[in-house]
Write a protein that binds this ligand. Structure first.
Ligand SMILES: [Zn+2]
Length: 275
């Protein structure tokens, strides 16, 4: 893993498994950790890296419910008493009501991609967030603020973005993916473009974006991904209107055959009123 300071007091840990990012924001009174990785071992690495830059109490944030962003909650929350975990209410529901299913899905995903993690994710204690974000919450961590926003559905029902206001850094979670196509397993492909448009409207040309996966990026990349997602949403709407086979619509999308087909299937289901 690498642990890089991308702006004053903002560090990104890039974990090689799934190329996932965790972001550490050091304030004057507390340290915000956005996303907590997949396993106890990975969370311990993140904690050790965080402690190298600050001894202050932790505040945790989950950008969405997926295991590679939340399964380190237990380890990091145990590091200092009374640690708050912030997330959108949909994340709380998922983690509270379906821990077994989430562990099983994580196990299957790890078995396919990183089998050495499979047993570890199955053994994780799933700890739901205990602080809800409906649409906007501002965390004052002493001398700087971190603004948490839910801008709409996209990669999941409960995506959250975290902006470090003084240095114009946005932690976008999996609403933005670098180096791999966006993942549509739990996504809302018809809503995603508008959610990303809201994020773009809320940021500037110089904003630095930390994606959920892959290298830190810029506004130009986010705008390009927004254009691709917009095109996909229109392909889905047109295809559904024409009664086109899902495979034919997916073949015209730019996100690879597997993810494009998942996106079209979810979009068609939504247009048919099934989701
Ligand atoms: Zn995700």
């Amino acid at each position: 893993m690498t642990f890089t300071e991308i702006a004053a007091g903002v560090h990104v840990l890039r974990q090689p498994h799934f190329d996932v990012n965790a972001t550490v924001v050091v304030g004057g009174e507390a340290v915000v950790v956005v996303d907590t990785l997949s396993t106890v071992g990975q969370a311990e690495e993140l904690l050790a890296a965080t402690r190298r830059v600050s001894p202050l109490p932790l505040v945790l944030v989950n950008t969405h419910h997926h295991f590679d962003h939340t399964f380190g909650n237990a380890t990091l929350a145990a590091a200092s008493p009374g640690t708050a975990i912030w997330a959108h209410e949909a994340v709380v529901t998922e983690l509270r009501e379906h821990p077994e299913r989430l562990r099983r899905e994580a196990y299957d995903e790890c078995l396919a991609a990183h089998p050495e993690l499979a047993e570890e994710v199955l053994a994780v204690t799933v700890v739901p967030p205990d602080r809800l974000v409906h649409s906007l919450t501002v965390l004052d961590i002493g001398g700087r603020t971190v603004t948490l926003r839910h801008l709409g559905r996209g990669h999941t029902e409960g995506d959250l973005v975290a902006r470090v206001d003084d240095v114009d850094v946005v932690v976008a979670g999996d609403l933005v993916e670098v180096g791999a196509p966006p993942c549509f397993d739990d996504a809302y492909p018809l809503d995603w473009p508008e959610t990303l448009a809201a994020l773009i409207a809320d940021t500037g040309p110089g904003t630095v974006f930390v994606p959920g996966h892959g290298a830190v990026t810029d506004a130009g990349f986010v705008r390009a991904q927004h254009a691709e997602l917009t095109e996909l949403a229109w392909l889905i709407r047109d295809g559904h209107l024409d009664g086109a086979p899902m495979e034919a619509v997916a073949a015209r999308a730019t996100f690879g055959p597997t993810q494009s087909l998942i996106a079209v299937r979810r979009g068609y289901a939504e247009l048919a009123g099934l989701s």
